[in-house]
Design a protein around this ligand. Structure first.
Ligand code: ADP
Length: 485
C-alpha cells in the first residue's frame, strides 16, 4: 500500500515552522510498521523559541486580557472544527497509535466535548470575598498561572492534548505542548485547529521530538510557570525533581494497577462482560485499566469461565476495521516488555488461562499485536500482581473477605481508579471509602467523566484534572486586602 508522506512542522508563535536544525524523524503506523509522516525533530533552541512565543503571548498578548466570554467563543469554534473533522482526525489517530477506529472516533468526539465544557467554564472562574477581622475588605482573584508546559503520552494522544489544552486556555494560560515522540500527528492537527479557530499567535505552541531532550528542557525552563505531565511514574518522578529547580508548579497523572473488586453477591454475568472492556480497552495501554480483578472465592469459577470465554472472542486486528475490538500495541519495544511480563507470570506460578502470544493471522505479521491475556491463580505479591504492565494482560486474584479485598486493593504503590461490584449497597459505599484511589466506580468500570475530577492517590500522581478541579491546576489565587478607613 502506498502512503502519501507529509512533512509536519512545529507550531510556534502562530506559524508552522521547521525545527531550528531542519532535522526530522519518521513516525510509524504500529499496525503495519509503515512510515506515516516525517515530523520536525525539535531541539533545545526550539524549546526556547516556543517558550519565548508563549511568554510573549501571555505577558503582552490579548488572550489572558480578553473578557472570559471572548475566550469561550474561540473555544466553541475549536470544538466545532473538531466535530467537522471527526473522521479525518480519528483515522489519523488510529493510524498513528494503532487504536481501533471505533475508540478513536469516540475519543475525538470526546475532545470536542472537552473544549465545549471548558469554553463554558471560562466564564465561571472567580474568587471570593472573605470576612476578615477588622474593617477592611478582603477578596481573592483567580489568575492564570502563566505559561504552561504540557507533556503527554502516546496512549490517548488527542484526548490528552484536549485535557491539557482546554482548561489551560479557559484559564487564560499560554501553552507549549509536547506530544509523545511516537504520536505527534493529532496534537499538531489540534494545534492547527486552534489557530484556525482564532486562538491568537503564541497561545498554543506544539513541539515534537524526544522526551528526554525537549521534554526535560521544557520542565527546566525558567520561562515556564507550570508543568502538567501524563505518563509513566518513572518519568514523572524524574520531572518532579527537575521542576524543583525553579519551584515550577507540577501536576502529574501517572501509572496505575487498578483493582476491579467483584463480590460473590454481584451480578457476575454483567461484571464479567464489563470486565472485558475494563481490562482490555486500548489493548490495556490505559492508566485506569482494571488490570487486577479481585474475585470473591465462591464466584471465581463462574466469573473466570464467563470472562475467559468472552475474552477469547475479542477481535484482534486491523485497527481501521470498524469491527476490530483490540488494535495494535504502540511499538515493538512495548510489545516485548509486555511479553516479558507474560513470561514472568508463568515463572511466578500463575496459570495462563488464555492469550499470551501473537495472533496467528499472517496479515498482522508486520504490526505489534498480542492476544488478550488472562492469568488466574495470581497472588497479589507476584510481580504481575504489583507492576503496571501497560498492555493486554490482566490478573485474577481470589479473596475471601471484604477486609482482605480492601487490603489487596490497597497493596500497590498506585491509586488511580478501581471498581466495586456488589448488590449490597452498604458494602459498596463502605469499601469505596476504604479503597485509596482517586476515582472509583460501583457496578461500573467507568473512570472518566469530563465534569468530574480525575487523578491519583499515591504514586499515581498529584493534582486533579477535568471538571472545575482542572481549572485549579492552571490558576493562582491572589488575595487582596483593602483598607476602608
Ligand atoms: P509512556 O511511554 O508510558 O507514555 P513516558 O513517561 O515514557 O510514558 O512518556 C510520556 C511523555 O513523557 C512523552 O511525551 C515522552 O516523550 C516524555 N518523556 C519521556 N522521558 C522524558 C524525560 N526524561 N523528560 C521529559 N519528558 C520525557
Amino acid at each position: 500500500m502506498s502512503v502519501t508522506l507529509t512533512t509536519e512542522d512545529l507550531i510556534i508563535g502562530g506559524k508552522r515552522v521547521p525545527s531550528a536544525t531542519g532535522k526530522t524523524y519518521e513516525t510509524l503506523n504500529p499496525a503495519t510498521g509503515e512510515v506515516l509522516a516525517q515530523v520536525a525533530e525539535a531541539g533545545i533552541e526550539d524549546v526556547d523559541r516556543a517558550v519565548a512565543a508563549a511568554r510573549q503571548a501571555f505577558d503582552e498578548g490579548p488572550w489572558a486580557r480578553w473578557p472570559a466570554g471572548r475566550r469561550t467563543k474561540v473555544m466553541l469554534k475549536v470544538a466545532q472544527l473538531i466535530n467537522e473533522r471527526v473522521n479525518e482526525l480519528a483515522t489519523l489517530e488510529s493510524k498513528n497509535c494503532g487504536k481501533t477506529i471505533r475508540d478513536a472516533t469516540a475519543e475525538v468526539k470526546g475532545v470536542a466535548m472537552c473544549f465545549e465544557y471548558y469554553a463554558g467554564a471560562a466564564t465561571k472562574i472567580f474568587g471570593q470575598t472573605i470576612p476578615v477581622y477588622g474593617s477592611g475588605l478582603d477578596y481573592t482573584l483567580r489568575e492564570p498561572v502563566g505559561v504552561a508546559g504540557q507533556i503527554i503520552p502516546w496512549n490517548y494522544p488527542i484526548v490528552m492534548a484536549g485535557w491539557k489544552l482546554a482548561p489551560a486556555l479557559a484559564a487564560g494560560c499560554c501553552v507549549v505542548l509536547k506530544p509523545a515522540k511516537q504520536t505527534p500527528l493529532s496534537a499538531l492537527a489540534l494545534g492547527q485547529i486552534c489557530l484556525e479557530a482564532g486562538v491568537p499567535a503564541g497561545v498554543v505552541n506544539v513541539i515534537t521530538g524526544s522526551g528526554p531532550l525537549i521534554g526535560a528542557a521544557l520542565v527546566r525552563h525558567p520561562g515556564v510557570d507550570k508543568i502538567a505531565f501524563t505518563g509513566s511514574t518513572e518519568v514523572g518522578r524524574e520531572l518532579m525533581r527537575m521542576a524543583s529547580d525553579n519551584i515550577t508548579r507540577i501536576s502529574l497523572e501517572l501509572g496505575g494497577k487498578s483493582a476491579n473488586i467483584i463480590f460473590a453477591d454481584a451480578d457476575i454475568a454483567k461484571a464479567a462482560e464489563k470486565a472485558v472492556i475494563g481490562s482490555f480497552i486500548n489493548a490495556g495501554q490505559d492508566c485506569t485499566v482494571r488490570s487486577r480483578i479481585l474475585v470473591q472465592r465462591e464466584a471465581v469459577d463462574e466469573f473466570t469461565r464467563r470472562f475467559v470465554e468472552r475474552v477469547q472472542q475479542l477481535r484482534v486486528g486491523d485497527p481501521l476495521d470498524p469491527k476490530t475490538e483490540i488494535g495494535a500495541i504502540i511499538s515493538p519495544q512495548q510489545k516485548a516488555r509486555v511479553e516479558e511480563y507474560i513470561e514472568i507470570g508463568q515463572h511466578e506460578g500463575a496459570t495462563l488461562a488464555c492469550g499470551g502470544k501473537t495472533p496467528d493471522d499472517a496479515s498482522l505479521a508486520h504490526g505489534n499485536f498480542l492476544l488478550p491475556t488472562v492469568f488466574t491463580d495470581v497472588k497479589s505479591e507476584m510481580r504481575i500482581g504489583q507492576e503496571e504492565i501497560f498492555g493486554p494482560v490482566v490478573v485474577v486474584i481470589p479473596f475471601d473477605t471484604e477486609e482482605e479485598a480492601v487490603r489487596i486493593a490497597n497493596s500497590t504503590i498506585y491509586g488511580l481508579s478501581g471498581s466495586i461490584w456488589t448488590r449490597d449497597i452498604g458494602r459498596a459505599h463502605r469499601v469505596a471509602r476504604k479503597v485509596r484511589t482517586g476515582t472509583l466506580s460501583i457496578n461500573s468500570n467507568d473512570s472518566v467523566h469530563l465534569e468530574a475530577p480525575f487523578g491519583g492517590y499515591g504514586q499515581s500522581g498529584i493534582g486533579r484534572e477535568l471538571g472545575m478541579y482542572g481549572i485549579e491546576l492552571y490558576t493562582e489565587v491572589k488575595n487582596i486586602y483593602v483598607d476602608l478607613d
